[in-house]
Write a protein that binds this ligand. Sequence first.
Ligand SMILES: Cc1ncc(COP(=O)(O)O)c(C=O)c1O
Length: 316
Amino acid sequence: MTRRLHRSRKLASIIDAVGNTPLLRLARVARSAPSVEVYVKLEFSNPGGSVKDRPALRMMQDAIADGRLTPDRILIDSTSGNTGVAYSLMGAALGYRVQLVMPKNVTKARKDITQAYGTELIFSDPMEGSDGAIRLVRRIVAENPDKYFYPDQYSNPSNPLAHYHGTAVEILDALGDRITHFVTGLGTSGTMMGTTRRLHEHTRRVHCVAVEPSEALHGLEGLKHMGSSIVPPIYDAGLADELMPVTTEDGWDMSDRVAAEEGLHVGHSTGSNIFAAVKIAERIHREQGGGCVVTIACDRGDRYFAPQKWEKRYVW
Ligand SMILES: Cc1ncc(COP(=O)(O)O)c(C=O)c1O
């Protein structure tokens, strides 16, 4: 057996571990489309465990560069999910205070993980859910605008830019001209908008598909049903070449399947992404006899262990 010697990466800061995530070929769950390669980009390999490390870092770096974030300001936002973890990690690594507003009844695990990085928590009325947290953070910032940096990932162009300059470039680096299709779900829409914009500039046409929950009330955490939601200002409805609705059941079932069949334990938005990627692979296997589909693994399945019922609708 030949052994390859790898030189291990040396990092000067944990922020240098963001990006350059691996692409994994899905062999088993995509076997119904044998002429098509299906890849998933493992964004849970980022140090905060999710795709949100990229935009959180970029939003902070861009704000530091143009003076919106200074050492005397506190980064404040209203998320207890993956973006909250990412802000907390980046804040600790870059030396900025972070405060997160979240409904008082979020699980202990969500409070613990962000507090572990030194983040301060402010609790909003549990009866008002995530909208209550948004309203409270806006009130806090309005009362003391000079004290805070409020990134607001839904309207911050640095969010899609992180994917334009990062995720998409890495995909093209790894696959070059082989990629024919890109598929991912819509939350803030940063991943879809930024990656698609860059892939559409590629010399060869890449067909980009946006995945969204098929119903307004769904259990696909991280994803938005745009028709019934406040539409994020960064979302451009005309950018995707196709919109594919996925049911909660199909997303959850695919999460179970990839764990059992590929050894890939992922969250339910990733289950939906892979479900949609396999559907597209089956279609192009039938109609075009080959292709290469890429999708995103947003986070790991262990983020969703023992969720409380009410949390299913909590927007990450
Ligand atoms: C688990 C999960 N899936 C999907 C998404 C959607 O990503 P984006 O906000 O880039 O649309 C998010 C982001 O909030 C997420 O946390």
